[in-house]
Ligand binder design. Structure first.
Ligand code: FES
Ligand code: FES
Length: 151
């Protein structure tokens, strides 16, 4: 076991990890961060997305030991001060059904909106292309993102 220290959603935390433990599992099982979901566990579905040093990554593809000293933000951290306009918009537009894909979609759309305040529908589609949703057909998710862009 090795002790790693991270900044997690604005707080300094430490945790003991095995060399082969995946970040997604450590976040969920040892650090109590439940928003990143375990979907495919091979980088295909985007359900496990988080921000690592401000950049979205798939936490199922990263070993926990690799993030020692780094900064992690999940959607719990995005809404420390209340829901973001994007999250409000998702709710307003009933963007999700089961909600399994919602954290990953939120990370992907948040990252897009940080660098592009007026994305086109095609740019939004491209930004969320790595995130699978099995329930909605994506229209309601796109509408939720587009509505916050218009505001
Ligand atoms: S669980 Fe990580 S991309 Fe699917
Ligand atoms: S709302 Fe169920 S997977 Fe997207």
């Amino acid at each position: 076991m090795k002790k790693i220290s991270i900044k997690l959603n604005g707080e300094s935390r430490y945790v003991y990890v095995e060399p082969n433990e995946v970040l997604l599992d450590v976040l969920r099982e040892k650090l109590g961060v439940k928003s990143p979901k375990s979907g495919c566990e091979r980088g295909d579905c985007g359900a496990c997305a988080i921000f690592l040093n401000g950049k979205s990554v798939k936490s199922c593809l990263i070993l926990a030991i690799e993030v020692d000293g780094q900064e992690i933000t999940s959607i719990e951290g995005l809404s420390n001060d209340g829901l973001t306009p994007l999250q409000e918009s998702f709710i307003e537009h009933n963007s999700f059904q089961c909600g399994f894909c919602a954290p990953g979609m939120t990370i992907a759309a948040t990252e897009l909106l940080r660098s592009n305040h007026t994305p086109t529908r095609d740019e939004i589609k491209e930004a969320i292309a790595g995130n699978l949703c099995r329930c909605t057909g994506y229209d309601s998710i796109l509408e939720g993102i587009e509505a916050v862009v218009k505001k």
